[in-house]
Every structure is written in C-alpha cells, then in structure tokens.
Design a protein around this ligand. Structure first.
Ligand code: GDP
Ligand code: MG
Length: 302
C-alpha cells in the first residue's frame, strides 16, 4: 500500500554553498529539467526554489538556496534569510563547492553554518571537468569539516555534464530520507507557480545579457498567461528596474537588447514547455524596489 507512511520515504534536502559554484545547475541535473535559473553571475538565485524528485517509494524535495554572501541591501538580507530558513527544517544537506579553486572565506562561512548540524551531509565537489587539481581541492574542503560527527559523504562530479555520478548521488540521498508520506503529488517537479517559473527564466536571460550593476537591479514578473486553442502559450512579462535611467539601458539602442533578451527567453520557454510561445516583454520602473519592503513582497521576495 503506497499510501501507508511506513512504505514511503520523503524529506527535504537543502542545497547550500557560496554563489556561483553550481547549486542550481546541480538541482536541474537531479531533476533532468530546469526548475531553477542559472548563470555565470553570482546571486542569480534569489528565492529558495524547491525542486521535487519522486520515484515510486521515495520523494526528495530539494531546496535550492541563494549563495551565502555579505548582504548589501534589503534584497540581500532576504536572500541570506532564505538560506537560514532552508537549513532550519531539513533531513539532509548538500554543500556544493567549486573544485577549480581552493576554499575562500565565503566557503568557511558556509562550513561553519553546517558543520555541527546533526543531519547527513553530502559534500559535492563540482566542476570536476574544469578543475586542474580536483583531488587536492576536495581535500581542502573536507578539512573545513574537521570535528564534524554526523554522516558525511564526499563526491566529485560535473553537474553541467550531468554525468552518471549525479544519478548515483541522487540514489544515495534517497537512501537517507526518513519514513514519511509524500509531501507533494507524485508528478510535481516544483512548488513554484508556472508564472513564477517563467519569470525566473526571463530573469536568467536578462542577467546574462545585462552588464555592470544592472543584472542585480532587475526583477521580473509574469502578469498574464493564456493558452490559445492551437496550443500557443501567450505570456506577458515585465522586467522591473529601480531607476528611470535604467529603463533605456535595458531596452538598448533601437530596442535591440530587450529583443535579444525576449528571443532568448522565448526559445528557452519553448524548449522547456515543448510548445510555441509568444512572449510579450515590457520594462517598468518601480523606484528603489530593492530597498522597498512592499515592492519586494509584490515581486515575490517575502
Ligand atoms: P549557483 O549560483 O551556485 O546556483 O550556480 P549556477 O548553477 O548558477 O552555476 C554557475 C555557473 O557555473 C554557470 O555558468 C554554470 O554553467 C557553471 N557550472 C555549473 N556546473 C558546472 C560544471 O559542472 N562544470 C563547469 N565547467 N561549469 C559549471
Ligand atoms: Mg543558483
């Protein structure tokens, strides 16, 4: 009887680590789909996005977190808070590190936060494909956990290549889950609404194309999503900037940059939805949104 709690295992697993080590890429690899935005820019992830993987008897709810960093504004504080929240009620944690480089102060900060939590820990050395000295590097990260008493499992892999080790690691994670009924229906991949998810895809493309401080000064939202009889998905989205002067910078000369962002996002959405997409994209100004609690709430950062 699959509905009886003793027959199923389910739990929450936080993915932590400093910005840009590949946490969201690993989450997407675990799920074989894209639930979280990724980019070469630090702090692409702002919300604690949940990705869900289920087989017949196990369900793991991965909580992707913004990287732990030193907050500069209200948005930054919200992001660090998301990390603490993610760690407060979990069954296991994954600490992702970048094997191309030795640990930094930010890694030490993460290690201190997790070292003494009495939960199974999976240390994941990521970007093995691009690392010159992966074995030396993983040793340096392991050393930051010295004195830790609870279970620790160490793996080196490449989340981007989604190699066999990603699947093997996922199986090891399923094994440590406690006996519990499923938290979400079997087929769910994420707890975000489709609008939130699509807004994140647009923001990912905007963050990749914009320069200087602009990537961190934009938010995105989807205001309307309708489906035509022939299957076309019509999505109306906005890029929110905090200063009037930024509007033109996002749009670009002759509207070129906004068009590029829109085209890239539409292609992503079409691939992921496996449907034709019309993406309407506008730029709006909400003065000082990053410091404005009400605007932050309205944009889904609460
Ligand atoms: P996060 O900030 O920790 O969530 O990091 P992301 O998942 O957004 O990834 C940051 C950057 O690292 C992106 O440019 C990824 O393409 C890249 N990346 C992620 N995993 C790997 C990997 O296994 N190998 C290499 N070479 N790059 C990776
Ligand atoms: Mg991320």
């Amino acid at each position: 009887n699959p509905d009886s709690p003793s027959d199923t295992r389910a739990g929450f697993v936080a993915i932590v680590g400093k910005p840009n080590v590949g946490k969201s890429t690993l989450l997407n690899a675990f799920l074989n789909t894209k639930v979280a935005p990724t980019s070469h820019r630090p702090q692409t992830t702002r919300r604690g996005v949940r990705g869900i993987f289920s087989d017949g008897t196990h369900q793991v709810v991965f909580v992707d977190t913004p990287g732990v960093h030193k907050p500069k504004d209200a948005l930054g504080k919200y992001m660090n808070n998301e990390v603490s929240t993610a760690l407060s009620d979990i069954d296991a944690m994954i600490w992702v590190v970048d094997l191309r480089h030795p640990p930094t102060d930010e890694d030490r900060l993460v290690a201190r936060q997790i070292r003494d939590l009495p939960k199974p820990l999976f240390l994941v050395g990521n970007k093995q494909d691009a690392a010159k000295y992966p074995e030396e590097a993983i040793g340096l990260y392991e050393a930051l956990l010295e004195g830790r008493e609870a279970d620790t499992t160490v793996t080196s892999l490449s989340a981007q290549k989604n190699d066999a080790k990603v699947t093997a690691l996922r199986a090891q994670i399923l094994d440590v889950l406690p006996e519990n009924p499923f938290f979400f229906p079997q087929g769910s991949a994420s707890d975000q609404s489709r609008e939130q998810w699509a807004a994140e895809i647009v923001r990912e493309q905007a963050m990749m194309k914009l320069r200087d401080e602009l990537p961190y000064a934009v938010a995105t939202r989807v205001n309307r999503w309708t489906e035509r009889d022939d299957g076309l998905q019509r999505i109306e989205a906005e890029i929110v900037v905090e200063k009037a002067a930024h509007k033109g910078m996002v749009i670009g000369a002759g509207g070129k940059q906004l068009r590029e962002i829109g085209t890239a996002a539409r292609k992503q959405l079409e691939t992921l939805l496996n449907a034709k997409v019309f993406l309407g994209l506008e730029v709006v100004v909400i003065p000082g949104w990053r410091e404005d609690p009400e605007a932050l709430r309205e944009l889904g950062y609460e």
